[in-house]
Design a binder for this molecule. Structure first.
Ligand SMILES: Cc1cc2nc3c(=O)[nH]c(=O)nc-3n(C[C@H](O)[C@H](O)[C@H](O)COP(=O)(O)OP(=O)(O)OC[C@H]3O[C@@H](n4cnc5c(N)ncnc54)[C@H](O)[C@@H]3O)c2cc1C
Length: 374
């Protein structure tokens, strides 16, 4: 069993930024980052393709958006990433489509950055500055949490991986939100089972707020298009409400590869069908089919892209379970529940940049401050 002072669950932007901030401040305790995926990034990660070493596709967030020019502590966090060239200001345009697939003027482009060469580079770079006594474990999905005598015990489903920590931070909502009950057929949310109701009023309030968070689902189709000369290639093609209604697509993201090929990610909207382990394979096939068949029409304004589509290779569909929090949010004053020594970070904490990468980073910075003081 690995035993540490602080265990952080999730190596998305929030978990990596928290680890980074603790490293930068000289946090002396032993820290452990546990992640279900194979590498860091979470919803801002990049998909590789077996047997294709150069292929990298931002299959989740294609950008890091900011509500205003980063200042103060946020600017300090980002400056080294800009200096290293892993964070770059997005120069390529966003374009908008209407319900007839015609290009239209959209709202002014906000402040947008991207990871270079891919979005996963951001989390990787943040993690590079971890506290001295830090360990990361990938490919481990935690299922069970127990808290007794001031000590957290964490385990995966098979209980083959066990960890103990004095303090715990959750960055995803999987272990705390009732949503996991339907998809994974779990009983109570594991965090609720670990600390019974009434034992820590602050945690009770936090769990109630977390349960109220609503989130949207995305079905992202990933395509590899052959190398082609395409003029004025936008980074993103956003669909206005009429177009979203017609094709159930939120946007298309275009990502040139180092060898000239083009990655295309179609962000498909959900239609509310119930997602269970049994229905998921059918739904994946359904969304792949419907997104592929909509593309020639949606891309009418780009004949070169339409032609390239004929030779597109599908890399399948990725389902993002809680893609973007749409309502609710955890109030920042409930981020750290001292009695049960558990805290929260992620884009679902209320504040500037809620629901976006900015919110994930800000929440991590705020929690790092609290942990240093605790
Ligand atoms: C399709 C899509 C498009 C987006 N577009 C944009 C955009 O254009 N601009 C923007 O700024 N933001 C965008 N976002 C939002 C952005 O991706 C998120 O705000 C940000 O990545 C959230 O980071 P996080 O660390 O809070 O959460 P996550 O990235 O979700 O990290 C949580 C991590 O915890 C891990 N985890 C959860 N439960 C467990 C467990 N039980 N055991 C082990 N590990 C666990 C997960 O695997 C995950 O890696 C988009 C998101 C999606 C899905």
């Amino acid at each position: 069993m690995i035993e540490v002072d602080l265990a952080i669950v999730g190596a998305g932007l929030a978990g990596c930024a928290l680890t980074h901030c603790l490293g930068r401040s000289g946090f002396a305790g032993r820290t452990l980052l546990i992640e279900a995926g194979r590498g860091p990034g979470g919803r801002a990660s990049s998909r590789r393709h077996r047997g294709d070493p150069n292929w990298r596709l931002d299959h989740g967030a294609p950008a890091l958006n900011f509500t205003a020019a980063p200042q103060g502590a946020l600017a300090e966090l980002l400056q080294p990433l800009l200096d290293q060239g892993v964070l770059v200001k997005e120069q390529r345009p966003l374009v908008w489509l209407d319900g007839e697939a015609q290009r239209i003027d959209g709202p002014p482009q906000g402040l947008s950055y991207a990871g270079a060469p891919a979005m996963a580079s951001l989390a990787e770079a943040l993690l590079a500055q971890a506290p001295e006594r830090h360990q990361s474990v990938f490919g481990c999905r935690l299922r069970s949490l127990e808290y007794s005598s001031g000590r957290w015990q964490l385990a995966n489903t098979e209980r083959t991986e066990l960890f103990a920590a004095q303090r715990l931070v959750l960055t995803g909502t999987l272990l705390a939100h009732p949503r996991s009950l339907a998809m994974l057929a779990w009983g109570e949310p594991p965090l609720r089972s670990a600390v019974p109701s009434g034992a820590d009023p602050q945690l009770d309030a936090a769990l109630q707020a977390i349960a109220r968070i609503e989130a949207s689902v995305r079905w992202n189709l990933m395509l590899a298009l052959p190398a082609a000369e395409i003029r004025d290639l936008p980074r993103q093609i956003l669909l206005n409400p009429a177009a979203q209604e017609r094709w159930a697509i939120e946007r298309l993201v275009l990502q040139p590869q180092s060898d000239g090929r083009l990655g295309l990610v179609v962000h498909g909207l959900d239609d509310g069908q119930s997602i269970t382990p049994e229905s998921q394979p059918v739904l994946l096939r359904h969304h792949e089919q419907r997104l592929r068949s909509a593309l020639p029409e949606v891309l009418r304004a780009w004949p070169e892209l339409q032609r390239a589509l004929e030779q597109a290779e599908s890399h399948g569909v990725m389902r993002w379970g809680a893609a973007v929090p749409t309502a609710g949010g955890l109030p920042p004053e409930l981020q750290w529940c001292s009695k049960s020594a558990v805290g929260f970070a992620g884009d679902w904490i209320k504040g500037p940049g809620y629901g976006c990468g900015e919110g994930a980073l800000r929440s991590a910075m705020a929690l790092a401050e609290q942990l240093k003081l605790a």
